[in-house]
Design a protein around this ligand. Sequence first.
Ligand SMILES: [Zn+2]
Length: 122
Amino acid sequence: MKALIVVDIQNDFCEGGSLAVKDANQIIDVANSMIKHFNQNNFLVVATKDWHPSTHKSFASNSNGAIGDIGTLNGLPQVWWPDHCIENTYGSEFHPDLTEIKTIIYKGTDLEIDSYSGFFDN
Ligand SMILES: [Zn+2]
């Protein structure tokens, strides 16, 4: 079986978001083309969502650190991020131009540990 994993194409990581990646919106058309191809061939399409409680400890606002500084969270080095992808907010939604994806993996849900993978927490 072939599978496509679409990672974190959410408003907060796109242009205008609280943790925007430069030129992030350029990925949307590419992702949509790949999603269409995978759907047409009955392959699996999964998307991840960074999905944090507002009290997430990777946020500078909850850590007494400055945005971009590195501290420690649960014994691991941790970048202090601006608040982003807070569950059930506009910033946590997929970009509105992204093709609908039915299977979603939520990551970063445990406020005590960050998650840069759809497979496991840090
Ligand atoms: Zn995050």
